[in-house]
Write a protein of this length. Structure first.
Length: 218
């Protein structure tokens, strides 16, 4: 079952390393005049939303939001993902880490661990997203086994319209503890149902925010 990480020293070290990697990635991308991006830890700064399933490795989820494109078309998902991947690999090499892996909906590092102290393994999962007037979309790489037939497209995250404003409302009314409790409850519910892979962290987060916001602000 999922639980929140309680080892504060380990959590601080892990978040510091992951943030350093992702911040350098953002700077690297923004410095080459192809894309403008910003990155957010899923949970929008809510440090208690980092969960672990039993003793399994921890997924440290980030959204890399594409704000502007210059020499790449917004609809050219393949070019966008390959461009981000190239920069990601460059930054990981600076930290003596292996190249990232391209999954359907994210770029993921291999498992990382500290040689001293808590040796729990963790990795960075970096989803490429964008926001439009209808909500948030995630870049999907649909693999077929033959690269020539693969597809890259933007997939709308369900019910994500107005997410930023809803988070602001909830925090303003000091309701974030309810978000923390409900988020963990939903993660475990999907785990018990065997639906973990169909409900990525960002979607569970959106679902949680919508439910809390509807409860208090409808």
């Amino acid at each position: 079952m999922y639980h929140y990480i309680e080892d504060k020293e380990f959590l601080k070290r892990m978040k510091s390393l992951c943030s350093d990697i992702v911040n350098q990635l953002v700077q690297s991308i923004n410095n080459d005049s192809m894309l403008t991006v910003e990155a957010h830890l899923v949970g929008s700064g809510a440090r208690n939303l980092i969960t672990q399933n039993a003793n399994e490795p921890i997924d440290h989820d980030y959204n890399l939001c594409v704000l502007e494109v210059f020499e790449i078309n917004f609809n050219d998902g393949k070019a966008i993902k390959e461009h981000v991947q190239e920069h990601f690999d460059f930054i990981l090499k600076k930290f003596d880490l292996d190249n990232c892996q391209d999954s359907t909906s994210a770029l993921s590092t291999n498992h990382i661990y500290f040689t001293n102290g808590n040796k729990t393994k963790f990795k960075i999962d970096l989803a490429i997203v964008r926001e439009n007037r209808y909500g948030w979309e995630r870049l999907i790489h649909r693999k077929t086994g033959f690269v020539a037939f693969d597809q890259w497209y933007w997939n709308e995250a369900p019910s994500s319209r107005g997410l930023t404003d809803k988070v602001r409302d909830i925090k303003r009314e000091n309701l974030w503890l309810e978000v923390i409790d409900l988020y963990l409850e939903k993660k475990n519910m999907y785990l018990r149902r065997g639906e973990k892979n169909n409900h990525p962290s960002f979607n569970v987060y959106i679902e949680t925010i919508n439910e809390i916001h509807y409860k208090y602000f409808r």
